[in-house]
Design a protein around this ligand. Structure first.
Ligand code: 13P
Ligand code: 13P
Ligand code: MG
Ligand code: MG
Length: 382
């Protein structure tokens, strides 16, 4: 069995939160190249915005201690570079001081899949910045459950029975398997609310194979707020009973609106871009997604092909800019700004406390008529 792991972290932004510094990328490449043949079968380094991704193949299985430790140590090293260069938010995603067995809950995100390599193993690695794992819900629905997107669901005998979706409830730390197409509407009830319910995996009912996996992690309540909704990555296997490459890319021709832009506190449309355009600038956005395509052979990563470096996504990018103009005009109003309980930054506790004494019951806003003694309202007696 071969494992494909994407492990990612924001260990410092250059400039602001817009990109990763080339020195950090060089260091990561050096480390990954050095680990090939020993720890890794193969490995590459990629980035989207300020998030650095390690794309690795190995035979050590899921959540393997040496693989996760390798990534953690490397992220500590790139944090050191970020500190030396004075980059923004050095070590941003490293939430703990110490590594403990695997990266669960420590801050870095990871998507991993264990596979029996097919004779032609077509893999797409999606990396996004300025959003959260729930951003994959809509594209995954379209790839694996929507016949208007994926022709194979209708005309490929190996896809016609559909796919199972593993959905996680990030707040309650629970998961459920939902069978499509039979339970399509049940699925949509949950995943249409992507801040809480997130697709972790999809599984082919005919092949019994994992088709897609995301970097979804349980949210941890730390210092009174939930953390762990970081810029996400996703692996999608394609062809031969799984969506064709074009079916897996097609959902991104619609730049759907996702949470996470500007201070992690705004909705904005997700722009599919080439690697050369993966550095969000306007209002720290719009959020970006890149797709690196590979053909695996004996664990070797043949690629990447820069899949969104294609004129067929020009229209999505144009629409994205139009939607961004429209949303920006809302300024600090919802639905551009996130609901109060989902914002990453908020002045609410301090402003709330400062003004607490000035709120009064609405009945008292109209000066009360003098009441005869003893004439209490029903409420007074409750
Ligand atoms: P496969 O069923 O061989 O994956 O071919 C589908 C396809 O690529 C058509 O576009
Ligand atoms: P990142 O999550 O990509 O670091 O962005 C943080 C932010 O709030 C940018 O405005
Ligand atoms: Mg950042
Ligand atoms: Mg980021």
């Amino acid at each position: 069995m071969l494992t494909l792991s994407i492990i990612k972290a924001d260990t410092g932004g250059y400039v602001g939160h817009s990109a990763v510094h080339p020195e950090m990328v060089d260091e990561a490449r050096r480390a990954v190249n050095g680990a090939k043949g020993e720890l890794l079968v193969d490995g590459q380094v990629a980035w989207c915005g300020d998030d650095l991704s390690l794309i690795m193949t190995h035979d050590r299985g899921l959540e393997s201690e040496p693989i996760h430790r390798f990534a953690w140590d490397l992220f500590m090293t790139t944090t050191g570079i970020a500190k030396r260069l004075g980059l923004y938010g050095a070590g941003q995603d490293l939430l703990s001081d110490a590594f403990a067995g695997n990266l669960r809950g420590l801050g870095p995100g990871y998507a991993e899949v264990e596979i029996e390599e097919r004779p032609s193993e077509t893999i797409l690695c999606f990396l996004a910045d300025k959003t959260e794992p729930g951003a994959w819900n809509l594209p995954l629905y379209r790839m694996f459950a929507d016949a208007f997107n994926t022709a194979g669901l209708v005309i490929d005998p190996k896809m016609h029975d559909g796919f199972r979706f593993e959905v996680h409830d990030l707040r309650e730390d629970k998961r459920i398997m939902i069978d499509c197409p039979a339970e399509l509407y049940d699925l949509l009830l949950f995943i249409g609310s992507p801040s809480r319910y997130v697709v972790k995996r999809t599984i082919s009912k005919t092949l019994g194979e994992v088709a897609a996996v995301t970097s979804t992690q349980r949210l941890s309540l730390m210092a009174g707020r939930y953390v762990g909704k970081d810029d996400p990555v996703m692996i999608v296997r394609c062809q031969s009973g799984l969506p064709a490459v074009g079916e897996a890319l097609e959902p991104f021709a619609f730049p759907h609106t996702v949470a996470g832009c500007m201070r992690g506190s705004h909705h904005a449309p997700l722009m599919p871009v080439s690697i050369s355009m993966a550095h969000p600038a306007r209002f720290d956005g719009p959020p970006r997604v890149v797709c690196l395509g590979y053909q695996l052979k004996d664990g070797r990563l043949n690629g990447p092909r820069d899949m969104f470096d294609d004129h067929s996504f020009d229209e999505a990018r144009r629409q994205c800019n139009q939607v961004m103009d429209y949303l920006r005009r809302h300024g600090p109003f919802e639905p551009h700004r996130l609901p109060l309980d989902e914002m990453e930054y908020t002045t609410m506790p301090s402003v709330g406390e400062r003004l607490a004494g000035r709120w009064e019951a609405t009945q008292a806003t109209v000066p009360a008529e003098p009441q005869p003694v003893g004439a209490g309202t029903a409420r007074d007696t409750e």
